[in-house]
Design a protein around this ligand. Structure first.
Ligand code: SF4
Length: 307
């Protein structure tokens, strides 16, 4: 039997929307230009775009490593074993060291999907050893904060049998479009559901309405939860700030309205919305070049510009 062709299908997520609003050209590279760049016989530019798609800044990388460490700890607890804080931190340290060394050595060139490519190495940015050490310390402190957090105590008190999926890509269908969400942690408590979103950045996400609305849409579809029974918590493990939001129907309505408009704007730019194909010339570069400084695609997009 012949295998079905691998398709670049259209979907929506909050991060896709952010990318689209940041720069149309960047969105094109990330969602279309990279396609089939994993093939050995792909043309060099496509392979380059595919490699650059995987590049992440050191802070993004640190956040991902903390999320992974917390996820592993929660999975261990869910499996009925005790998660040792020291063991989790040791593993985090080992993984960060290995990633750093491989990235510095440029090992991602041979396998960009599996080997971490840090923006600072790809673009040869000067970062002091002290800064890398501080980054690791922040990661460790964030994991320590997770273990000491009231939310973990509260979730344990609710009973692990009431814990819901942890860090698996989840989706629901909205007007025929798959919408992806990534709930970090959720559990049932009393008659309701508590959804937790871990953060590690220093900046405040000013408007979390759409993100929370998407979580609530997912929870209502997946677990038949009523909006008023959902409590969403944004927990910053780095700054120890906590935001709590009681979900109301208006959050869901706003999210639906937002997704609908965002999908329309994205699809309007496609060469063929049915086939989900795009032409680079339809996706303009952002006019504010300060946004390009930290863009992973600048090597293909603006090769002659010095930042
Ligand atoms: S370098 Fe600038 S214009 Fe080019 S894709 Fe990145 S953000 Fe957009």
């Amino acid at each position: 039997m012949k295998a079905a062709a691998f398709q670049n299908t259209f979907s929506w997520s909050k991060s896709r929307d952010e990318l689209f609003r940041e720069c149309h050209r960047k969105y094109y590279y990330d969602k279309y230009g990279f396609w089939e760049g994993w093939r050995r016989d792909a043309d060099p530019e496509r392979r380059e775009i595919y490699l650059l798609k995987q590049v992440k800044s050191r802070r993004m990388w640190m956040g991902e490593k903390v999320h992974a460490a917390v996820e592993n700890a929660l999975k261990t607890l869910m499996g009925g074993a005790e998660a040792s804080r020291e063991a989790v931190i040791q593993e985090l340290t080992d993984v960060m060291r290995r990633d750093f060394r491989l990235s510095r050595a440029g090992a991602y060139e041979g396998d960009p999907k599996r080997v971490t490519a840090l923006f600072e190495h790809v673009y040869a940015l000067p970062v002091s050893d002290e800064e890398w050490v501080r980054l690791h310390e922040t990661a460790v402190r964030s994991v320590q904060e997770f273990f000491a957090s009231d939310i973990l105590k509260r979730a344990r008190a609710a009973g692990i049998e009431h814990w819901l999926p942890v860090e698996e890509m989840q989706s629901f269908s909205f007007e025929g479009i798959p919408v992806y969400v990534k709930l970090d942690f959720a559990f049932r408590e009393g008659g309701g559901i508590v959804i937790v979103d871990w953060k590690t950045g220093m900046g405040e996400d000013v408007d979390v309405t759409v993100q929370l609305g998407c979580y609530a849409l997912y929870a209502s579809e997946r677990w038949a939860a009523r909006p008023r029974d959902i409590e969403a918590i944004e927990y910053n493990l780095n700054t120890r700030s906590i935001k709590r939001v009681e979900i109301v129907e208006a959050h869901l309505e706003w999210a639906r309205h937002y997704i609908r408009n965002s999908v329309q704007a994205m699809r309007k730019m496609l060469a063929d919305p049915q086939a989900n194909t795009a032409r680079i010339e339809d996706f303009e570069r952002v006019s504010d070049r300060t946004k390009c400084k930290w863009c992973n695609f600048r090597r293909v997009c603006l090769p002659d510009v010095t930042f």
